[in-house]
Design a protein around this ligand. Structure first.
Ligand SMILES: O=C(C[C@@H]1CCCCN1)Cn1cnc2cc(Cl)c(F)cc2c1=O
Ligand SMILES: [Mg+2]
Ligand SMILES: [Mg+2]
Length: 567
């Protein structure tokens, strides 16, 4: 492809609104243009890379008997009402009304569509299992789109859905998908980790997220070197190892603590360590309020609270709600005398007695509060985020943290959708049963960003050869020089038959061409310059920076040897 005919609007400066390395490079390398917040056009270089990523995804889906379809983005609200999600989803679900006043969702995912499609067609166990997938734009009205393609409002997803007569059959496909994802991300040259994850609103039991390791990642991965255990911190289990620091039970004492609002301030005021303080928090679970007690140096894990109560509707109570229940402000809450709402505590609260807690009165706290005597605990449980260095649930060693970008997720859905949408099949006894389902997503456009996060240097992108937009970048330094232009044209005509060649034939200054080539990041560059008349060109390896001068007779083997070195 001649670069003079291409459309690669590279930028010199770092765009001010770019808030991650990949976002900066996508803009500087002329790969995307923002149309609206979280909405982008993919320009030629990006589109070529996306095509290659999608081809690899398609190959690995078909290798495990996945069959490609394409479903509409326009989803009738009636189907979402059948599953109950029209009502349960809020502002994130993009909705529109057609000219007849009928309501539609712009598809954020396709469980309703695929289940309605399959329930009419697959009526017998003999026709199961089936795995269908698509690669298509999704719409989610993110509150804070950011990091370019990492969190957009319209993005490309491969979503697959599998239908089974039995759980055992689902388990097989789940494992096939898990292995296929590992192959895909390995072929994309991404450093990734599968992690035990939380299934969230989608329900179902078992799910793994595939995390690309990157500092910009919004997810925290908990892993150990002692095993292949890895979990999203939302889900990382804290095994309670009693470490009781009980002292002689003391009398409850109310203390005047002017201006003390936070656990740290209380610890300082009482001259105790933060982990000797117990924080009291009011959480709204569905429509009832619950108090949680948690140690001062821990944080409440809302995902664990959600799965403990089996509901997505969990949020911190507002100050007004707290005042209406306890007639106190969040800065001095405590369990003593609270009997209108249930009180739960994280397991590690059991290690302390004679607790320092709020007195439900501004500027007053209690010391020596003791469970049973002064307040009742309805239940102890694992309600906190694990801390780095604490023992992993599988006992394989201390937990380590790493940031990750969620680029894929596999779910065992069970019968949640087939029951609510009556997608049944006749089993071998002729009885109707709900199909067992799995669903499996890869963020294709997000994966493009993850590759760039992991493959760049200070000059630009360095593409893995499996998805590079072009294989060879031929640059004629000065097309006005006949010898250079002729040799470059000849090389282009010759090599475009063996490689995907981008030929920089533009009448631009050499510096601009080299800067652009560094940004665009094609693995092998052939520079036709001053020594063209002698048939000498320079071959540069974008990854190592190594450059050699060779005669064009040795050019083919030189290019080949660089590609071999990448394997
Ligand atoms: O999408 C999934 C589960 C899997 C992921 C892999 C491919 C198939 N779906 C979870 N999820 C995430 N965000 C959503 C946002 C909105 Cl607005 C919604 F209405 C629904 C969902 C939703 O269901
Ligand atoms: Mg997540
Ligand atoms: Mg997820």
């Amino acid at each position: 492809m001649k670069q003079s005919k291409m459309f690669i609007p590279t930028l010199r400066e770092v765009p001010s609104d770019a808030d991650s390395k990949s976002h900066q490079l996508l803009l500087k390398a002329g790969m995307i243009k923002q149309v609206a917040s979280g909405v982008y056009s993919y320009l030629p270089i990006a589109k070529r890379v996306l095509n290659k990523i999608e081809s690899i995804v398609r190959e690995e889906m078909e290798a495990i008997d996945g069959v490609e379809i394409l479903m509409p983005a326009l989803q009738p609200s009636e189907l979402w009402s059948e599953s109950g999600r029209w009502q349960s989803y809020g502002a994130e679900l993009m909705r529109m009304t057609d000219r007849h006043g009928r309501e539609f969702a712009l598809g954020p995912t396709h469980e309703e569509i695929i289940t309605s499609l399959v329930r009419d067609e697959l009526k017998s166990y003999k026709k199961l299992p089936v795995t269908l997938f698509q690669i298509q734009n999704k719409f989610r009205d993110e509150k804070r789109p950011r990091f370019g393609l990492l969190r957009g409002r319209e993005f490309i997803m491969k979503d697959a859905y599998s239908f089974h007569a039995t759980e055992a059959s689902l388990d097989e496909t789940y494992q096939d998908m898990y292995d296929a994802y590992s192959k895909i991300f390995t072929r994309l040259n991404i450093q990734f980790r599968p992690v035990i994850a939380d299934s969230g609103a989608i329900g179902g039991s078992h799910t793994h997220e595939f995390m690309a390791l990157a500092e910009i990642g919004e997810d925290t991965i908990c892993y150990t070197d002692g095993s292949d255990y890895a979990a999203n911190i939302e889900k990382a289990e804290v095994v309670y190892h009693p470490n009781k620091k009980h002292t002689e039970i003391q009398d409850l004492e109310k203390v005047h603590t002017p201006g003390v609002k936070t656990a740290q301030q209380l610890a300082d005021f009482l001259n105790r360590k933060l982990d000797e303080i117990v924080k009291s928090m009011i959480v709204k679970v569905d429509d009832q309020f619950v108090m949680f007690l948690i140690r001062g140096h821990h944080e409440l894990n809302d995902i664990k609270v959600k799965s403990f109560f089996g509901t997505e509707h969990v949020e911190m109570a507002t100050e007004d709600e707290i005042r209406s229940i306890l007639n106190a402000s969040p800065g001095s809450l405590g369990p003593v005398g609270v009997d209108k709402i249930d009180i739960y505590a994280d397991n590690s609260v059991q290690d302390l007695n004679n607790l320092a807690v709020g007195a439900n009165e501004d500027d007053y706290h209690f010391v020596n509060a003791n469970v049973e005597r002064d307040f009742k605990i309805k239940g102890f449980g694992d309600f906190r985020f694990i801390l780095e260095g604490e023992p992993a649930a599988d006992g394989s060693g201390p937990i380590k943290f790493a940031e990750g970008i969620e680029i894929g997720q596999v779910f065992k859905l069970g019968t949640k959708y087939s029951e609510s949408m009556n997608a049944t099949f006749l089993n071998d006894q002729g009885r109707a049963e709900p199909m067992v389902m799995g669903c499996y997503g890869i963020g294709v456009s997000r994966t493009l960003s993850a590759v760039i996060e992991q493959h760049h240097d200070d000059k630009g992108i360095i593409w893995p050869t499996s998805i590079t937009p072009f294989e060879v970048h031929i640059i004629s330094v000065n097309p006005k020089q006949d010898a250079q232009k002729q040799l470059a044209d000849t090389l282009y005509d010759t090599y475009r038959t063996q490689y995907e060649v981008l030929y920089d034939d533009r009448a631009e200054r050499a510096g601009v061409k080299f800067n652009d080539a560094d940004l665009i990041g094609i693995p092998v560059r052939v520079v036709v310059g001053k020594q063209a008349a002698e048939g000498i060109v320079e071959v540069k390896n974008r990854r190592t920076g190594e450059a050699v001068e060779v005669h064009v007779d040795a050019l083919s083997e030189t290019i080949q040897s660089i590609y071999t070195s990448f394997e």
